[in-house]
Design a protein around this ligand. Sequence first.
Ligand code: PMP
Length: 428
Amino acid sequence: PYVGPLADEVLAKRKKFLNPALFLYYKKHVNIVEGKMQYLFDETGRRYLDAFAGIVTVSCGHCHPHVVDAVIRQTKLLQHATTIYLHHAIADYAEALAAKMPGNLKVVYFVNSGSEANDMAMLMARVYTGNYDIIALRNAYHGMSAATMGLTAHHTWKHNVPQGFGVYHALLPHPYRGPFGADGKKYADDLTDLIQSSTSGKVAGFFAETIQGVGGSVELAPGYLPAAYDIIRKAGGICISDEVQTGFGRTGSHYWGFETQGVIPDIVTLAKGIGNGLPLAAVVTTPEIASVLAERLHFNTYGGNPVCSAGGRAVLEVLDKEERQKHCAVVGDHLLKRLHALKEKHDIIGDVRGRGLMLGIELVTDRTTKTPATAETLQLFEAFKDLGVLVGKGGLYGNVFRIKPPMCFTLEDADFLVDVMDHSMSKL
Ligand code: PMP
């Protein structure tokens, strides 16, 4: 039985002592005290099916025993030494992570968050190419640090301060809302236009998530990335894939999101699912790019610390041993089938999209005008929670449900989730 403070007490303390810009998801707050694989428990012992994985962070499952054991073992032995001494954990883990990458992506930099990883990637692109301008996509989220706030393209996450100097945002190849539908190549033409109109003609780099996360599970139109990478490379830039949400087999069809479009980036940034909840992130690049960065020293106090390295390696082992990529494909396909059927039944569903366990359901009040059903999304969101299901919410208009559960989510969980959605939508 739980003996800690109750929700009201936690809320009062949070209001008094914590950053007031933190947001809470529900009107009646959920006070989580325990997690086990795809389930979360509140202080009354009530169980919730977690279809959002702490914002796509819990990959193996909450408190997966193999990851917990690896962390405890390393914590007892040595928590911290920094990279000024040798330690096997960071080296073993870098080897294991590099083995998961295609091509020449073999050099790993460890940091502590996705924002830091993207900061590092921005620096690499600029130092390596000698160019300054960086292109990202509209509706992207790449972090909230001083530098990445400029990459992020949602007003919600941008302060009214100088940010994004040298960053330009290209047209989003959004199959549902974009002007060219699912024709990826046509959207790529906008990149040429942008480079010609806003830069010297030379760029440092290009950032994209293959399936935008915070932006509402928007899968880039097919054919976009190969065309975009070509244009960027011709303009002297390098290509960066933000795999913070799409990596580690979550898309089911591939281990990395960029593989779904058949490209190999020059830099990959990783966070969230890489650590199953541990504060761990990484940048992976080629020896050629890394050698140019080596003109200066690199140091990061906690990056790749023994505890996170042991945990991160255990995450890779779990995902391999439990064949999670294959599992995401099976459960994801089933979910997509059922969600498409749900769309036939409920007019409020405008679009069902994504792959594997990286899905989105966009709600509209009218399928022709595609007017965002923001109020209804909120109402349904509360109704799902009342029935014991936690999903994510996203998109510029807050009208997209994001289904990105821990990767151990089962077919039965998927059916329960869709049944809850169906029931709640029928009552709307
Ligand atoms: N990139 C993507 C795609 C993300 O979703 C996020 C976090 N939502 C980040 C980068 C930034 O990660 P962090 O919050 O760890 O800084």
